[in-house]
Design a protein around this ligand. Structure first.
Ligand code: BGC
Length: 466
């Protein structure tokens, strides 16, 4: 299919009047109904990244290992067939830097060939690819140098981006530079949950974010140099921080919002952070405006109360009340409130950037499909309203197609439209997969689906949260 049409799609077709639960919600022609994935989580046998080390160090809370994951390096095509059967017309995947450049300056043509096969396989199935250059994983050699704190990090990242786009550019013209720079920085330098496992280093996390913004800018320019018509953006993770009640709770929710949601976003929007964070934001001024679209990854609402003992969370106690809709719990704590209106908050926040918007991730951990149908239908209902209000939303990518290796949670949290047994590699489409297929195929949320799944709020899990 002509890739041109991918990026030119505009939500120009007039939408029928909707609003009542029993009316048909039609989406604009060319709307992308996708799924998102990440190399480390699906490919398997990724031995050469800092996450492989992290696994060896016993840092996966569930004790699991990624192993062959979803076996994509050998056979992603099996899942691409499933995606096509489900009516999915777009798929986001990431390229594993540690495969492409296993040692500094040594490029592995076989790895790039395999990515070419994947992108061709998607094209053969009528599925449009979005390729992400960095989804949390670094080559081991890059991590050993200090990762994005290494003075030449942005040059190294730019060189990697150039290689990838040079090799794959005829098969893809829509690129995500970084997946969730804020999650990478916060999890690695404040929460200690991702490598390098540092805790409480808020200043360092902001410095890392600033470097990621500079890497994004270099990649943005390089991609455009090689592919003038390419569409380049990043995937912004956005959390709604809900203060409990008092002015102190509100203050703390504001601080969390500023340091987590707003950092990378503001660098792209304004080229600098707000005082006093601008004292740490380095040389990111030229990043202003460097994106052709905004990708949004939206999952949760987190509740926040002021608590002097929680310095690491900027004096906020973050929790998920027991009574709110939520997916399966993590090994040590709840995952978050499943909150369809978070999508509205995120879309409204990025409107001033005046760029097309893709929802590049949204989902819930839910092995038994207890809440996923409700979430999908309500989020899509919200998206339809947002489009009717004039927001330029071009696609929705569910996280994820097949259960995959969920970072520190291992196989404990299941986000797939398709259930996977990692041992046998057997796959079973969940009911939510069928629901999503119905929406994707009809390019609409039908009254029947809305009526069946939108209104009944799923029963809360017993005894979760604090
Ligand atoms: C990440 C994914 C992850 C998902 C579910 C997102 O923030 O990009 O890699 O699997 O959340 O936790």
């Amino acid at each position: 299919m002509p890739m041109e049409s991918f990026v030119q799609v505009k939500p120009s077709s007039p939408l029928p009047k909707t609003g009542l639960i029993n009316s048909q919600r039609q989406f604009p022609n060319g709307f992308l109904w996708g799924v998102s994935t990440a190399s480390y989580q699906v490919e398997g046998c990724n031995e050469n990244s800092q996450w492989a080390e992290w696994e060896k160090m016993g840092r996966i809370r569930s004790g699991d290992r990624s192993g062959v994951a979803c076996d994509w390096w050998a056979n992603a095509e099996r899942d691409f067939d499933l995606a096509r059967e489900l009516g999915i017309n777009a798929l986001r995947l990431s390229v594993e830097w540690s495969r492409v450049e296993p040692e500094e300056g040594r490029w592995e043509p076989a790895a790039l060939d395999r990515y070419r096969e994947l992108l061709s396989a998607l094209a053969q199935r009528g599925i449009r690819p979005i390729v992400c250059l960095h989804h949390f994983t670094n080559p081991r050699w890059f991590e050993e140098k200090g990762a994005f704190l290494y003075p030449d990090a942005s040059l190294l990242f730019e060189r990697f981006a150039r290689h990838v786009v040079h090799a794959l550019g005829d098969l893809c013209d829509c690129w995500v530079t970084f997946n969730e720079p804020n999650v990478y920085a916060a999890s690695g330098y404040v929460l200690g949950e991702f490598p390098p496992g540092k805790t409480g280093q808020i200043g360092t996390a902001i410095r890392v974010t600033s470097v990621l913004a500079q890497c994004h800018l270099r990649a943005y320019r390089t991609i455009h140099e090689l592919q003038p018509k390419a569409q380049v953006g990043w995937a912004q993770h956005y959390v709604v921080f809900q203060p409990v009640a008092t002015v102190f709770d509100r203050w703390v929710a504001h601080l969390l919002n500023e340091t987590f949601n707003e950092t990378f976003l503001r660098l792209v929007e304004d080229g600098h952070l707000q005082f006093p964070l601008n004292l740490l934001d380095g040389n990111a001024g030229k990043v202003k405006g460097a994106c052709d679209f905004v990708g949004l990854n939206v999952y949760n609402r987190l509740h926040v109360a002021f608590d002097l003992r929680n310095l690491a969370h900027m004096f906020g106690r973050i929790f998920v009340p027991k009574h709110v809709p939520q997916g399966d719990p993590g090994v040590e704590r709840p995952y978050g409130e499943a909150y369809p209106k978070a999508v509205r908050a995120a879309v409204e926040r990025v409107r001033p950037l005046n760029r097309p918007i893709y929802i590049l991730e949204n989902g819930v951990p839910d092995a038994s499909d207890r809440i996923r149908p409700w979430l999908i239908v309500n989020v899509i209902r919200e998206l339809h309203s947002l489009i009717r209000e004039g927001h330029d939303i071009r696609g929705y990518f569910h996280w994820t197609l097949t259960d995959n290796f969920e970072w520190t949670e291992g196989w404990n949290l299941r986000f797939g439209l398709v259930q996977l047994d990692p041992k046998t590699q057997d796959r079973t489409v969940r009911p939510s997969g069928r629901i999503y297929a119905e929406i994707a195929r009809s390019n609409a949320l039908t009254p029947e689906l809305a009526e069946t799944y939108a209104s009944e709020v799923p029963r809360p899990l017993a005894a979760q949260g604090s």
